[in-house]
Design a protein around this ligand. Structure first.
Ligand code: ADP
Ligand code: MG
Length: 653
């Protein structure tokens, strides 16, 4: 073995740099975070060749004193921390004092800066971390950092770089997150001279969402705001029917920092339980705020993960905020304790659910969501590459070209083209925040139809039927109820799906044992050894649901009583399906939920069956009142056609 010796500083720096600077996106992240920590109100990021050619970040923040310029590039040099105690309440994005040292160790850097109020600015160039002299120079207030030839001196890392387009995409995704994290700051992103993002910085999250994620996604959103117990959650979530094919559109921010968190994902998705289709995921832009001493951001060098001191308080705040917003939208309010609701706002979650909420526990304990697919790792721009961009997974809803809002002229960003010298932001004229707000189209959520809206003209409120602000026009294909609402819309209602939901809510809320019917001759249902044993293990659950079963030996179950609303002919099929649900259920709550799904479905009127007018009336009432909107699998129960849409079909409009 060779002798042991301490590495020279520049080698140690290169090793440390590897952790912080993994790819161009990590450089951009660190530089923009520095700009934000410097209280900038506008930040411009320019990229050439995916950042391998050039990265330039320009801000209008506080600037750096000329005398401190070389210090800023030393390892563990920071203005943001002084004592160990400060680590417990970090209020800035940076705090490790590593970024500038790491970036300059693996590239060629030029910095130009002027402090607010200083007569002149200063510049400094570094190559592989070795600084040249500090020079006095003219410069607008703020800071510009130019990074060239990234990884020129670390060939091993250079080899791992993807195509420029992949690196550009990663930076674009990052810029979306940064822009969403700070709606009060105007972000501009130029890739190879083309503007790819520009947010107004007017302090409105909806403006930032619109500019960063496009109109179609913005349209699918509902505002949410709530919290408690010291934790606030605010932002937007997708409507249940606008579920996405992946979790790529879930963006969480904690105290202004974009982070990935299985806990927050679980809390969000729990809010959609039974309201979203299997295999679909809610999207969100959700900002969570809590006192700085309640969250530890010093978990990972890239600072994209956090630890919460009180995980349950965070979970409950997000879960209830989402649930309340969906309920206000008109979605079904869980009538009875749902798993998380069963916890109550203070009770302990089953199995210490949030205690050590990592991906593994989430998958294994998975109290939430009978229909929940296994948790996938959240997409990211800094680890898996190329990180999917938020907008990549947002297919246009109606073939509309994703429209970018037109921004007012007179922005504080002079266009930077060619190899023009680094351009910096001026503060002349109006502050960027003073620019007009984006022309965000208002898309108010479809209001829940009130139980009693004004009567249709000519209708006397005599009989109960007449009182209803809607009229059943008929039933088609023995499946869909056609109905005209008081507001002049045509509704098609899937009677089976609606009935299934009504049953599900009723069964879930049931406090009394269900009505039973005794079978004239007990039914012997052959289920096979495994399923038979599974059912027998869950006899109390079946008993609660109205079944009286016993072991008949050899995988056969003898059924003597069944729920009153179950067709005795369906007994075998129902029990088989229940066995399947019991097999899938990972917790008692999930197994119960699975069983209720089956029972609700089996007890529902079927498409193809003839239904009496009274049956249809009850269903329409539930749908029109907003009580029922999705079947327990998250499929819609009703489709609404407006007069305008009809007129368009007939070319009248
Ligand atoms: P950290 O952000 O963790 O403190 P960095 O290496 O990123 O460490 O930056 C070192 C210091 O340089 C910061 O603490 C800050 O004082 C200063 N600095 C870096 N970038 C800027 C900027 N854009 N504007 C003003 N000061 C900056
Ligand atoms: Mg920093």
């Amino acid at each position: 073995m060779p002798h042991i010796q301490q590495l020279p500083p520049h080698v140690a720096d290169l090793i440390a740099a590897g952790e912080v600077v993994e790819r161009p996106a990590s450089v951009v992240k660190e530089l923009v975070e520095n700009a934000l920590d410097a209280h900038s109100s506008a930040v411009v990021v320019e990229l050439r060749r995916g950042g391998m050619g050039l990265i330039r970040v320009t801000d209008n923040g506080c600037g750096i004193a000329p005398g401190e310029l070389p210090t800023a590039f030393l390892r563990h040099a920071t203005s943001k921390l002084r004592s160990p105690g400060d680590l417990g309440r970090i209020g800035t994005l940076g705090f490790r004092g590593e970024a500038l040292a790491a970036i300059s160790a693996v590239s060629r850097v030029e910095i130009r800066t002027r402090r607010q109020g200083d007569g002149a600015g200063a510049s400094l160039a570094l190559e592989g971390g070795v600084p040249g002299p500090v020079e006095e120079t003219g410069a607008p207030e703020g800071t510009t950092i130019l990074v060239r030839d990234l990884f020129y001196n670390t060939p091993a890392r250079l080899k791992f770089m993807k195509k420029d387009s992949a690196e550009t995409a990663a930076v674009a995704g990052l810029m979306q997150h940064l822009a969403l994290s700070r709606p009060d700051v105007s972000f501009r992103f130029l890739k190879d001279g083309t503007e790819a993002l520009h947010t107004p910085g007017d302090g409105r999250l909806d403006s930032a969402v619109y500019a960063a994620l496009g109109r179609d996604f913005a349209r699918s959103l509902l505002p949410v705001k709530g919290g408690g117990d010291g934790v606030q959650a605010a932002g937007f979530v997708t409507r249940p029917l606008q579920g996405r094919g992946s979790r790529a559109m879930q963006a969480f921010f904690v105290n202004g920092r974009f982070i990935k968190s299985q806990l927050l994902t679980a809390a969000l998705e729990e809010g959609y339980r039974n309201q979203i289709m299997k295999g679909r995921f809610p999207g969100c832009v959700l900002a969570v705020s809590l006192p700085a001493d309640q969250v530890d951001v010093n978990v990972h060098p890239a600072k994209t993960q956090v630890k919460f001191a009180r995980e349950q308080a965070v979970f409950q705040a997000v879960y209830h905020t989402v649930l309340d917003a969906l309920a206000a939208e008109g979605g079904p309010v869980p009538a009875a304790p749902a798993p998380a609701a069963a916890l109550g706002k203070t009770a302990e979650p089953p199995g210490g659910f949030f205690r050590s909420m990592d991906a593994k526990t989430y998958r294994e304990q998975g109290a939430p969501g009978a229909a929940r697919p296994p948790a996938k790792p959240l997409p990211s721009w800094d680890t898996e590459r190329p990180g999917p961009r938020l907008s990549d997974s947002a297919p246009p809803l109606r073939g509309e070209a994703p429209a970018r809002p037109a921004l007012g002229r007179g922005t504080p960003f002079p266009p930077l083209r060619g190899d023009a010298p680094p351009s910096v932001l001026g503060r002349e004229g109006a502050a960027p925040g003073a620019r007009p707000a984006l022309p965000v189209e208002e898309h108010p959520p479809v209001p829940a139809i009130p139980r009693r809206s004004p009567e249709l003209p000519g209708q006397e409120p005599v009989e109960p039927e007449r009182e209803a602000p809607w009229r059943i026009a008929g039933e088609v294909l023995r499946t869909y109820i056609v109905c005209e609402s008081g507001t002049g819309e045509v509704w098609l209602i899937d009677k089976h799906a609606a009935h299934e939901r009504v049953n599900f809510d009723r069964m879930k809320a049931a406090l009394e044992p269900p009505m039973r019917q005794a079978l004239l001759t007990p039914a012997a249902v052959e289920l096979g050894k495994e399923d038979g044993a599974l059912l027998l293990e869950n006899l109390p659950l079946l008993e609660d649901s109205g079944f009286a079963c016993e072991d008949f030996g050899g995988g056969t179950v003898l059924v003597r009583e069944v729920p009153a609303d179950l067709d005795p002919e369906d007994v075998a099929a129902t029990l088989e399906e229940i066995a399947g649900k019991l097999r899938e259920g990972r917790s008692p709550a999930e197994r119960r939920e699975g069983l209720l799904h089956t029972m609700a479905c089996k007890a529902a009127i079927k498409g193809g069956w003839k239904s009496g007018p009274e049956e249809l009336r009850v269903l329409v009432d539930k749908v029109q009142s907003g009580e029922v909107r999705y079947c327990p699998h998250g499929r819609p129960v009703a489709v609404k056609i407006t007069r305008y849409e009809l007129e368009k079909l007939f070319k009248r409009a």
